[in-house]
Design a protein around this ligand. Structure first.
Ligand code: CA
Length: 230
């Protein structure tokens, strides 16, 4: 399932930069360049999280947030200009989950997005056990959005995580590349068809290669399968 991020930012360069970085992380991106359009798109329910600039034409970020909060608890990360301390306070009081001061390091924003999404999953999951998938020493905790091997945290990108989740949900079952592509990238994915092979390679480099195990098996001409070590 793809996670969609709504970016509300009137500065074209920043908006474009955010879009490219988020796409690279495997998110879907919706953009708005003014507050009114941003609020409409946020209320449409298409996005899982909003990155919201404060200084916007038509409606400023605080006003967008205030109106949105009347009927939505979607996670919101505010972008404020440097030293606008009052903005930060107002943003958090107004129901923002987090804020970033411009200029910001993209890695930090991505980390905060992951955290806000994770918190979100945590809130909505009633049964934590159902969110725990395992294969030998490997555990994937969907509620915490966390993967561990032998207790050690494994850092994965969004798509690597989703791919691993699908493989674990179908442990010991071979899944075709097409099916993985649809589940991980969405049925309307139009990019490279070998993308799954690429992500499998990334996963292996972060799991199999580091821990000296063979978790993800290639079934030639068909697809992939994750298996318990025998
Ligand atoms: Ca702005």
């Amino acid at each position: 399932m793809e996670t969609t991020i709504l970016v509300v930012e009137d500065e074209e360069k920043i908006g474009r930069f955010l879009e490219l970085e988020l796409l690279h992380e495997g998110y879907r991106v919706i953009k708005a360049v003014n507050g009114r359009d941003g609020l409409e798109k946020a209320e449409s329910g298409q996005a899982d999280l909003m990155v919201l600039d404060v200084m916007l034409p038509e409606l400023n970020g605080f006003e967008v947030l205030r109106r949105l909060r009347k009927n939505s608890d979607m996670p919101v990360i505010m972008l404020t200009a440097r030293d606008e301390v009052m903005d930060k306070v107002a943003g958090l009081d107004g129901g923002a989950d987090d804020y970033m001061t411009k200029p910001f390091a993209i890695e930090e924003l991505l980390a905060r997005i992951r955290l806000a999404l994770k918190k979100r999953v945590g809130v909505s999951s009633m049964q934590e056990d159902k969110n725990l998938l395992t294969c030998g020493s490997l555990t994937l905790d969907a509620a915490r959005y966390e993967v561990r091997y032998d207790g050690n945290l494994v850092e994965l990108t969004h798509r690597e995580f989703e791919l691993l989740r699908v493989l674990l949900e179908n442990k010991n079952i071979v899944i075709s590349r097409d099916s993985l592509l649809e589940k991980v990238c969405g049925y309307d994915y139009m990019g490279e068809t070998n993308i799954i092979d690429v992500y499998v390679r990334y996963l292996r480099s972060k799991l199999d290669d580091i821990y000296g195990v063979k978790l993800i098996h290639t079934v030639r001409g068909v697809g992939y399968c994750i298996k318990d070590e025998q």
